[in-house]
Design a protein around this ligand. Structure first.
Ligand code: APR
Length: 172
């Protein structure tokens, strides 16, 4: 059974097989966690990203991790929050699912996620963290080599939301 945990910290320091980047569809860098990952990985990451030709919202692409402790970066593009009636929740679910599918295909055993879309893209953290946890739990019910999923929260406030979302589901 895989371990799901939430920590507060900087995802670029995480010693896991893969860290997830909350990118934009160009995959050519940006602010927030995207900037932090590119800064820590070094310039080769941008060169590999440039060759990928972008990524649609809800999908994911994988690159090497270069100077990061993680061997891989899985780049995903979350939805911009537009009030909740433009399919944002399904697109956010697909982000987590796409990353987990890519990780499984590469035999990745430990993966760290930032809180996708809940920063610049404005997705409310209360709902975003629940979609993240629910999607990971649902995925891990099936066959998977993943042993650790770590939600890395940048702020104490976000951590409290993820800790609440991770509380065990009350039994029947
Ligand atoms: N480690 C972990 N989490 C981080 C880090 C970090 N070093 N830096 C920022 N975060 C957190 C933010 O606090 C937020 O909770 O990552 C979460 C996602 O926020 P953003 O990075 O703004 O990502 P997102 O909301 O998905 O917006 C994506 O922003 O940076 C640009 O290129 C990116 O256009 C894209 C958009």
């Amino acid at each position: 059974m895989a371990t799901l945990e939430a920590v507060q910290g900087d995802i670029t320091t995480m010693r896991v097989d893969a860290i997830v980047n909350a990118a934009n569809s160009s995959l050519m860098g940006g602010g927030g966690v995207d900037a932090a990952i590119h800064r820590a990985a070094g310039p080769e990451l941008l060169v590999e990203c440039a060759a990928l030709g972008g990524c649609p919202t809800g999908e994911a692409r994988i690159t090497k991790g270069y100077r990061l402790p993680a061997s891989y970066v899985i780049h995903t593009v979350g939805p911009v929050w537009r009030g909740g009636t433009a399919g944002e929740s399904e697109l956010l679910r697909r982000c987590y699912e796409s990353c987990l599918d890519l990780a499984g295909a590469r035999g990745i055993r430990s993966i760290a996620f930032p809180s996708i879309s809940t920063g610049a893209y404005g997705y409310p953290i209360q709902d975003g963290c629940r979609i993240a946890v629910r999607t990971v739990r649902d995925h891990l019910r099936g066959p998977s080599v993943i042993e650790l999923v770590r939600f890395v929260c940048f702020s104490r406030r976000d951590l409290s939301f993820y800790q609440e979302a991770l509380r065990p589901v009350p039994g029947p």
